[in-house]
Design a binder for this molecule. Structure first.
Ligand SMILES: Nc1ncnc2c1ncn2[C@@H]1O[C@H](COP(=O)(O)OP(=O)(O)OP(=O)(O)O)[C@@H](O)[C@H]1O
Ligand SMILES: C[C@@](O)(CCO)CC(=O)[O-]
Length: 408
């Protein structure tokens, strides 16, 4: 959108993600399936007129951050980012995978320390958000000739941060989507007078790749499944050592996302499973194989469900999927990664014949309850009431919906 002051406004949203199948077994080379979550983050970037030097105003209430960044020093320190060693030519925003990530990130860190001498004392979520913004802004705009202006950036999210529902990827995808669209509008001003178009597949590829670089800032060596799921939505299948594969399914599975309110550490749970395997190699490997089969069969059912089958088949498919969710949970429990709180949640769901599984690392965190379309509203309401009475947090939402979207 272009206003009378020749300033653009861009609004973008992106979903979070949950793991549907393949937790823990993915560590041992099996397939994992992630789906987009109905809870989304959103961003509004507005170019604004300012009297003095150009600045970026950043409002990130989810991490309690409000910051003003001067643009002239940013341009001087961070524009024209370097290419990876051995790659010739000039870096452009179209090839984020060829950016010398470590070198660019080091410059971003140096700049932040210079601009904010107390940078090290900030909470790590604020540090990561600031690093990510500067990294991406300078990476994308720093390889072009478009004229930069002051901007006001606001970001919100329905996701809980640090809970395994992909808030960092959702944040990074929103940021990349909005910056790339702003760049495209500024580079092709005539497009601002045409009806806004959603993101094209090639734009999504670039968004996901920039978000992946951001995920590297937050997580070191991520698999890429989160940025891919938050960008493309729907279902993403992943195996260690290969690129995540987006399955273009039209799904809208209703779920109750239940927060057990038990905090857990992913790393400790992964270590626990490794110990169990060390002592019981053959048995644990059979469980991993079973988890792999569950992931593959569930994918086939999701493919059927997305094909718009007749209602009778849909019921049978949901029943089969529910059976697989239960089996998946019990296999994970046999690896020692459930928790009494998760079992309580499952008990409440099973009393209403609904399937429930942990999602993510387990040991606490979230459980998901599948709500097939035929489930009576009263059953969902009474289950929600019981979960809330017992101190759990409950969100009714969908999985498998759209990825990054331009908000009109
Ligand atoms: N709405 C937001 N505003 C600003 N920063 C955000 C926002 N959402 C996420 N972040 C950034 O992402 C980081 C969260 O990453 P972290 O990996 O800990 O959690 P997660 O992505 O929710 O979990 P997981 O990766 O296990 O799914 C925060 O520390 C913050 O830097
Ligand atoms: C438990 C695990 O499989 C998923 C955690 O969300 C760990 C991992 O894949 O890194």
């Amino acid at each position: 959108m272009l206003n009378g002051d020749n300033c653009y406004t861009v609004s973008v949203s992106a979903p979070g993600k949950v793991i549907l199948h393949g937790e823990h077994s993915v560590v041992y080379g099996k397939t994992a399936i992630a789906v987009s979550l109905g809870l989304r983050s959103s961003i509004v970037i507005k170019e604004v007129k300012t009297a003095g030097e150009p600045v970026v105003y950043i409002h990130l209430p989810c991490v309690g951050l409000q910051e003003t960044i001067p643009l002239n020093p940013t341009v001087k320190a961070l524009f024209n980012p370097p290419l990876c060693a051995g790659v010739t030519g000039k870096f452009t925003w179209k090839i984020p995978g060829k950016l010398d990530h470590d070198c660019h990130l080091r410059k971003v860190n140096e700049f932040l320390h210079m601009m904010k001498p107390n940078f090290d004392e900030l909470p790590s979520n604020q540090k990561n958000s600031l690093r990510s913004f500067l990294y991406m802004y300078s990476g994308i705009f720093g390889s072009t000739n478009v004229q930069i202006k002051s901007m006001d950036i606001s970001m919100g999210s329905e996701l809980t941060i640090g809970a395994g529902t992909g808030s960092s990827a959702s944040f990074a995808v929103c940021l990349a989507g909005a910056l790339l669209r702003l760049l495209s509008l500024k580079a092709h001003p005539a497009a601002a007078f045409e009806p806004p178009q959603g993101f094209e597949p090639h734009e999504r590829e670039a968004i996901s790749a920039w978000a992946y670089n951001c995920e590297r800032i937050m997580h070191g060596a991520p698999s890429g499944i989160d940025n891919e799921t938050c960008t493309f939505g729907s279902v993403v299948s992943f195996k260690k050592g290969s690129k995540p594969r987006h399955l273009d399914l039209r799904l809208n599975l209703r779920v109750l996302l239940v927060d057990s309110r038990v905090s857990r550490e992913t790393h400790a749970l992964v270590v626990k499973v490794a110990g169990l395997r060390q002592r019981n190699m053959a048995a644990v490997d059979h469980i991993m194989d079973a988890l792999d089969d569950v992931a593959h069969t569930a994918t086939q059912i999701l493919e059927k469900l997305s094909g718009g089958k007749c209602p009778a088949d849909t019921d049978a498919d949901y029943q089969h999927l529910a059976e697989l969710w239960d089996m998946n949970h019990c296999l994970l429990a046999s690896l020692g990664v459930s928790h009494p709180a998760l079992e309580t949640i499952r008990g409440f769901a099973r009393a209403r014949s609904l399937a429930c599984k942990l999602t993510g690392a387990g040991g606490g965190g979230y459980a998901m309850i599948l709500i097939p379309p035929s489930t009576p509203r009263t059953a969902v309401d009474s289950l929600t009431g019981q979960l809330l009475e017992n101190g759990f947090r409950v969100t009714e939402t969908c999985v498998g919906g759209p990825g990054v979207e331009l908000e009109m």
